[in-house]
Design a protein around this ligand. Structure first.
Ligand code: WT7
Length: 663
């Protein structure tokens, strides 16, 4: 198999594997957990019947005729069934008499800027927003782009689209105007919902100017709905722009929702692949809602009456879609939604939130855990975190050190940790322990969930033995699976269904330990994972060569103690550069990437090099460049790649097994 990102943490990993450290579920949790022993066997005996039972937790206007129609690689779940996602997430709970239950404790980044939104209020807000979208001409099937800060209106906008059967495409607020434009164009969205700005890292950032810039390239967008969040000045186009507080808030607060087919598109979420063009991952309504609500109920063991659930992620990513919006709301749970960064107002901000809102379940990413670790255990120790009963991790392999720190300092050795593996494409969690049943091990995602079939295979697709590395594949369809790549069926087939016949290729390396438990080992393709964000090497290379001074660029993900991986770029330039000039050019190129894609894609280092190492067939030898980036301290300030590094590349090229043609 090819190399994986997690090999750098090999020694620590194998030490733990040898030690076989594991934690049993706490007995008091086990007794009352939603998932009880026998569930794995029950689901394995008849997976479709098992998913059908999960579907019965939702409200269907018309029952399905068939659970699954599988025409590889296209799945239809709950065929013939009709439902409305927004009704399931909101109205249903109000009708059941739970209108007064809090849906969101919303916490703005500035201190004391908070809102409490009950299910009844959420229903009124969603109905008003749906009526406003109707006034703007939105019909079932129309795509709506959402480019928002973490404010309640972002959730309301998503649910209003869902209510009308109009697929939303949420674009993370950190993306540049250029990235926004390309996504609006690809989805052919005609309406954009945004805000003047938002609060992040202690300051008001602007969003509307990026929309204005993006829309210069998108003539078909006819309406922009703008939430006033910060009060900053915005440019206004009378014929196109509408204030949310004017258009939405004058609408009636009831709306008769229509039930849609289970396979009605619910949303498109763009994510990075191995080429420069992001993929529009398509999710539909019934299967996705069944998958997210079932996994949320079982993996997080939620109790709607008592839990306060906090997914510390942005709704601009799939984690926010599935476990801030659709999963928790379908289950009628109370969530915390926080706008800002973990250190806004002090590095103990999160622990103050947990203490004040009595958060019971916290779900975050390893990169954040490592940042919190750096800030010291004194900060969480100074707060009452006794409300917590369960912790979750997602986004990248969690290193055992961070896992243990999380367990000891946040979970106080009481709370189980669920390390949940999934992807934008999978819609919801596929591999995770189940609290109450499954033991946990620091760094292991443990087992495929009930109803999910996974395997670890070699190059030929044969299962590998325990202890051996291989490729993770999913061997049967699941309800939350992507239904395709927007506008690109060929790429859908090629990316996921062509590598191994009949199985879904996830792009991750994995192995099973001697107990048969699963450990995820990182990506096996040219996709990087920087602070839990999925970033394509090809996309950054494309941005770099778009700069007039760049001749060629190669980007690699080098391991980084905090962000997991960091972007390192090797660049050859057109023409000569003198020493001083080099530094200025590097700064300019880093900025260029930030403005073309997003600040999250900005290279940590750019090395200007006279040449790039290539195979005889002209392919850049990325693995070699990654070695260079990882094994030598090239300094923080980047300058012209010096001759010793060139020499090293050269040496490695000559000594690499199989010679230069090996890659
Ligand atoms: C990639 C998917 C799932 C929502 C956030 C990321 C990596 C995700 C884990 C985990 C090891 C993980 C994989 C996967 N990943 N969770 N628990 N252990 N790796 O979604 O942006 O689509 O990225 O994130 O490499 O392929 P995404």
């Amino acid at each position: 198999m090819t190399d994986t990102n997690a090999e750098q943490s090999g020694p620590a990993l194998s030490a733990l594997l040898q030690e076989r450290r594991q934690f049993a579920p706490p007995p008091e949790l086990a007794a009352a957990a939603n998932a009880q022993p026998g569930i794995y066997e029950e689901a394995a005996a008849d997976p479709l019947a098992w998913w059908e039972r999960q579907a019965e937790h939702l409200q269907w206007e018309r029952p399905w005729d068939q659970v699954l129609q599988w025409d590889l690689p296209y799945a239809k779940w709950f065929v013939g069934g009709k439902l409305n996602a927004s009704v399931n997430c909101v109205d249903r709970h109000v009708t059941a008499g739970n209108g007064d239950r809090v849906a969101f404790h919303w916490i703005g980044e500035p201190e004391n800027d908070t809102r409490t939104i009950t299910y009844a209020e959420l229903q009124r807000m969603v109905c008003q927003a749906a009526n406003a979208l109707v006034e703007l001409g939105v019909k079932a099937g129309d795509r709506v782009a959402i480019y928002m800060p973490m404010v309640p209106e972002a959730v309301v906008a998503m649910l209003a689209c869902a209510r009308l059967g109009a697929p939303h495409s949420v674009i993370f607020g950190g993306f540049s105007a250029e990235a926004l434009a390309s996504r609006i164009l690809d989805a052919d969205a005609r309406v954009v919902i945004t805000a003047d700005g938002g609060y992040r890292r202690g300051t008001a950032s602007a969003l509307k100017p990026s929309v204005d810039l993006a829309l210069e390239q998108c003539p078909d967008v006819r309406a922009v709905l703008v939430v006033r969040r910060t009060g900053q000045d915005v440019l206004w186009r009378e014929e196109r722009d509408h204030w949310w507080h004017e258009l939405v808030e004058r609408q009636p607060d009831t709306h008769q929702a229509e039930a849609f087919d289970a396979e009605q598109p619910l949303y498109i979420m763009y994510t990075s692949g191995t080429t420069a063009k992001p993929k529009g991952i398509l999710h539909t309504t019934g299967g996705y809602l069944v998958h997210t609500s079932a996994t949320h109920r079982l993996v997080f063991d939620v109790k709607p009456e008592t839990d306060v659930f906090w997914t510390a992620a942005d709704i601009g990513w799939v984690t926010g879609h599935s476990y801030i919006v659709y999963g928790p709301l379908a289950n009628g749970v109370t969530s915390v939604m926080y706008e800002g960064t973990p250190d806004a107002g002090g590095q103990d901000r999160w622990w103050r939130i947990v203490e004040q809102y009595k958060v019971t379940i916290l779900y975050t990413a390893p990169t954040t855990i490592r940042t919190l670790m750096k800030w010291g255990e004194e900060l969480p120790a100074a707060h009452d975190l006794s409300s917590l009963r369960l912790l979750g991790s997602v986004g990248e392999p969690i290193n055992p050190e961070a896992w243990m720190w999380y367990r000891t300092n946040i979970g106080r050795d009481r709370c189980p940790i669920v390390d949940t593996w999934w992807q934008t494409e999978t819609g919801g969690i596929l591999i995770s322990p189940l609290p109450g049943i499954t033991a946990t091990k620091p760094g292991a995602a443990m087992r495929p969930l009930p109803g999910i079939s996974a395997d670890v295979v070699d190059n030929e697709g044969a299962s590998v033995a325990n202890g051996e590395g291989g490729y993770l594949v999913i061997t049967a369809p699941w309800p939350g699976m992507l239904r395709g790549i927007w506008g690109d069926p060929e790429r859908y087939q090629d990316t996921y269904w062509s590598r191994f016949a009949g199985s879904y290729f996830a792009g991750d390396g994995a192995k099973r330990d001697d107990d048969g438990d699963l450990w995820l080992l990182g990506r096996v393709d040219d996709v990087m994972n920087v602070s839990g964000h999925r970033i394509s090497t090809a996309e950054i290379e494309h941005a770099l060569v778009g700069h007039p001074r760049v001749a060629e660029a190669a980007v690699v993900g080098a391991s980084d103690p905090t962000t997991g991986q960091a972007v390192v770029a090797f660049v050859t330039v057109k023409g000569e550069i003198a020493g001083e000039d080099g530094e200025a050019l590097v700064a300019e190129l880093r900025e260029h990437v930030a403005t073309t894609i997003s600040p999250i894609a900005k290279p940590r280092q750019i090395l200007l090099t006279p040449d790039l190492p290539k195979t005889r067939s002209g392919k850049i030898m990325r693995r070699l460049l990654r070695d260079v980036a990882e094994h030598r301290d090239l300094g923080d300030v980047t300058t012209l790649l010096d001759s010793s590094v060139v020499q090293m590349i050269d040496d490695k090229m000559r000594t690499a097994p199989g010679g230069a043609g090996d890659e």
